[in-house]
Design a protein around this ligand. Sequence first.
Ligand code: MN
Ligand code: MN
Length: 327
Amino acid sequence: MTDFTPMGALDATQVPRFAGRGTFARVPEIRDVSDYDIALLGVPFDGGTSYRPGARFGPMGIRQASRHLRPRFHVDLDVAPLEQVQVVDAGDVPCTPYDTTSALRSIEGFARDVAGNRNRRIVALGGDHTVALPLLRAAHQQHGPIALVHFDAHLDTWDTYFDAPTTHGTVFRRAAEEGLLAQDKSIHLGIRGPIYDRLDLVEDAKLGFRVIRAGDLDVLGIDGAADAVRRRVGDAPVYVSVDIDVLDPAFAPGTGTPEMGGFTGRELLHLLRRLQGLNMIGGDVVETAPAYDHAEITCLAAATVAFDLVTLMSKTHSGPTPGGTGQ
Ligand code: MN
Ligand code: MN
């Protein structure tokens, strides 16, 4: 059994990273362990896309790029996450590509099953941003009102688009309307680019969101932005949603609605790592569309962000699951 680390991940000193199983960072599949603390969950739905489609292929693209990770030790967060908690790959949600309502029901149900009754956490791999809505519904059922920390070029709080209420550009208005979000605890980071109307900003503020625009980072600095997030969310349960288009197209070309002037990869990672210690109960990395990617730039960015979310969660988790070792 020397091919496996204590918690069931493949040991890269025994099996090279380009070989072996195709789960996220080569962690065990959900069926290989008796219990688990954090599950990666693929959500291959992109029926809410407004411009370039293709994020349905995100989960497998991110998994492929995640082979490159060295998950045994996270240098910047100074922890061996896979020894703190049992991490598994729960596979992909089976959902229809033809009916948004039905797909969202499937995603919510699957997420509830994976989370179960105990304090398990999910890091979802999208899929377009529509998938955040059923994931927030499942998280709300488990934790109550949630503080949303939302990294994105776009607000995603339109009312409707082509009369459709549930699209990747409307999900957080729906979440606010449904009472999934804690009052005055949510924040968007990285917002930029053109909008259809100034009212978009006014209505977003009315829904209770705060905004740190991409350009604000130059003034606030990373520590200032992280402090603002901390003050905003307090000790509420936090869901971190990362639309990979928060990165500049230079750092994430493989996405549906790229916008100039975004964060660099280093800025995003630095910001995420400064969120250490928050009560992070769930998260996602969405809008990775491998067909527009080059040399796995975007898929690697998404994989790295997902691994950082797992690692941040591992630091606030109560400890390893008894008997949860891999086979
Ligand atoms: Mn988005
Ligand atoms: Mn976006």
